[in-house]
Design a protein around this ligand. Structure first.
Ligand code: PGA
Length: 226
């Protein structure tokens, strides 16, 4: 099973999401072996749920979740709230969260615990600099329930994707430490031209940021992988 995750980041108003969905639904052709995960901002999750969740091969994800259970944590959206909406995946520890929101390795681990309790599959983002310390914060029984995304920070949003062979070399090091993860994907300046080379080198899928914002570009990536 290959996996393609769209991370819309802090883009899209509700009407922009509606537009995106319209174009996506028009062009989407399900492929048996491809799982598409769409991760809109919290304010658009219900719209995606209503409009796209029923499509074959498509699941809705979240870009983040609370490290806490339900309770007095103003502003936090918790895993239970997401699960009730029908969210099946959630990104945890994206480098932008670590950088702009000072998210710690322990907070990321706490998010993963909360997500797994609600049967949401975490997509844990890792880069080489903090790999070991983040892995040390995980509990061993979580490992076979998570997806890992190798996301070299320099490649994110820069248009400079990491060389696929080099990316796989690092990914193999991560895999040696986390051999039973559900899937191992790559993220960082993926486009329709470079997408296939990561799968050819061994990755199970891709996390797409910039090029998911245009539904035509995102559809092209799905098409190429199939
Ligand atoms: P990008 O984002 O495709 O814009 O590099 C990827 C990501 O943030 O995972």
């Amino acid at each position: 099973m290959k996996m393609v995750v769209a991370n819309f980041k802090s883009h899209q108003t509700i009407s922009e999401a509606e537009e995106w969905i319209k174009v996506f639904k028009n062009g989407y052709l399900p492929k048996e072996e491809i799982k598409v995960v769409l991760a809109p901002g919290f304010t658009n999750i219900q719209e995606f749920m209503r409009e796209v969740e029923g499509l074959r091969g498509v699941a809705i994800g979240s870009q983040d979740s609370s490290p806490f259970p339900p309770g007095a944590y103003t502003g936090a959206v918790n895993a239970r709230q997401l699960a009730v909406l029908g969210v099946k995946y959630a990104i945890a520890g994206h480098s932008e969260r670590r950088k702009w929101f000072a998210e710690t390795h322990q907070e990321v681990a706490n998010k993963i615990r909360e997500l797994l309790e609600q049967k949401i599959t975490p997509i844990l983002c890792l880069d080489r600099d903090y790999l070991n310390i983040q892995i040390a914060a995980l509990e061993s029984e979580w490992i076979n329930r998570i997806v890992v995304a190798y996301e070299p920070v320099a490649a994110i949003g820069s248009g400079q994707a990491e060389d696929p062979e080099e990316a796989w070399r690092i990914a193999e090091k991560i895999r040696a430490k986390l051999p039973e993860v559900k899937a191992f994907i790559y993220g960082g300046s993926i486009d329709a031209k470079n997408a296939m080379s990561y799968l050819n080198n061994g990755f199970d899928g891709l996390l797409v940021g910039t090029d998911c914002l245009d539904p035509m570009k995102f559809l092209e990536i799905i098409k190429i992988l199939g």
